[in-house]
Write a protein that binds this ligand. Sequence first.
Ligand SMILES: Nc1ncnc2c1ncn2[C@@H]1O[C@H](COP(=O)(O)OP(=O)(O)OP(=O)(O)O)[C@@H](O)[C@H]1O
Ligand SMILES: [Mg+2]
Length: 580
Amino acid sequence: MEKRLNYLTAIQFLSKYIKKYKKNFIMFYLGWLFDTALAVVTPILSGIMVDEIIYYQNLGTFLRISLVFAILLVFSCILYFFIYAQHHYLMNRYTLDIRRDLFAHFQQCDAQYLSGASTGDMVVMFQDYSQECMHFVIRNVIHFINDILSMAAVSAYLFLMDWRIGMFILAAAPVSVYVNIVFGKRIRGYADRQRDHYGRYISWVFECLSGLRDIRMLGAEAKVNREFKESHRRMFAIDTSSGFSALTAENLVKFTNLLAQLAIFVFAGYLAKSGNITMGSLLVTVAFFSQLTSGIRGCSNKFLDAQNRVSYVQRVYDLLHSPTEGQWKGTGELHVTRGQVSFRQVRFAYDKGGNVLEGLSLEIPAGERFALVGRSGCGKTTLAYMLMGFYRPQEGEIWIDGQKLSECSLRSIRRSIGLVAQDVLLFDGTIKENILLGNKKASEEEVLSACRQSGLLEWIGSLPGGLDTVVGTGGMGLSGGQKQRIAIARIYLKNPRIIIFDEATSALDRETEESIHEAWGSVLAGRTSIMIAHRLSTVMLCGRAAVLEKGRIQEMGVPEEMGRESETFRTLFAIKKEAS
Ligand SMILES: Nc1ncnc2c1ncn2[C@@H]1O[C@H](COP(=O)(O)OP(=O)(O)OP(=O)(O)O)[C@@H](O)[C@H]1O
Ligand SMILES: [Mg+2]
């Protein structure tokens, strides 16, 4: 699955995106090719002009060539406009296409894979690496090819003009190619490290920025600042060593070229003095040689750059080829008629870490209100996500109304089961838009009815904008209870047969808690519900409760009885014996 890209395979991978804009790419390429040809032709024309006027004193030819020269210059100015318009268009469209694919992939990425990925890394990949892919195509492929072509044309011309000058050039080129290859490999290693560190660093900054309040509350400012400095220091060290290697490589090439340039001056001057070449040819030689050396230098930079950019392309490639939910085999339609849920001998472990569920078996009869309790980290949320098809059991099977979950399509699973997650996700938009996520086809009356059922109506009535009030990113400005009730309203609109409520651990005041329970009371009627409960009052809403511990259900019973008889249950909810 994992494929290490090299220069050619990176081009192969990106060509998929080029195909769509083939015409533009061809025009863009031809534009640059023409520009490259102009750069070769102009010194030749200048050489001819010098010879025509100095040796042959032919003013007519001189003026005619001057006119051609002027026309070419005007044309080249127009060409630049054309090239840059194409560049701009391609850069935008091409990057957009990669971003669109990345974004679509994020949506269907396997949850197991995503659980190990860092958000910052994904943001950098999405924003920057998509652009680097295009830079790779333009700078490291198109310009690279044109540089090579122009160097070949220039060398051929010099060879034809005087074989001794040609030989001279042949001797200088291999040295710089060798230097480039040796240093190129090193640079790639550094670039990979740089990328990894940068992704982790951005993730960390993200976390800090989203948790600024917690950092202050915990008095962790000094620690965070220290970590920031350390992170920067490491990045600086990697940057420096990578930059130093690149600089050394570049300078070695530059030095080789300068030496050769000096020698060619002396050599061509000698040939002109002894009458072997004309004055115009001397000028062409000097101009071409400096073109050639800067061409080699340009190629060497592009070669070193290419190493960096292949590693950016690699990251985009890896992500786009990471496992998706499309690999979920189930295609059947899940028909929930009664809402009976069974876990049979389910084992599950995250990629990193031991078993979270170890042969867990659990039967939840249709229509039951069932509480799942257990210490923090025992696997309750994991179990809920498995029921939603985010994670697959490594062993065992989940059944719903006699159908194997693994044989049903994810779409039908998520349509039939509603989950109110521990952290309610609210988008920057109006309250109505956020509630409509439950069912985008719902009418205004249905939204209002959902608000009534979830106890939101009074609060919404007090807002000047009503349902059209904007909640802001992440629901800033809303209380925990309000967010949860919006999530309940969503579920109400979605109307699934099975509901999972992953109760938030954050504390709510008694009144809010009661209003949420009231909201649940009306929404849950006639449905199977799994209440992952952190509060005793939530457990008490349920007909039965089970304690999850060490990957299995350890105890099960009626909540009131468990409160009297189960030590584990009492410890979990800090119930004193006499109080029960
Ligand atoms: N994405 C993940 N990758 C790796 N391990 C994870 C991941 N999510 C959870 N875990 C681990 O799996 C175990 C179960 O986590 P889970 O979130 O299911 O616990 P929980 O019972 O819901 O806890 P809480 O009551 O605090 O919400 C924990 O040990 C946790 O560290
Ligand atoms: Mg949880």
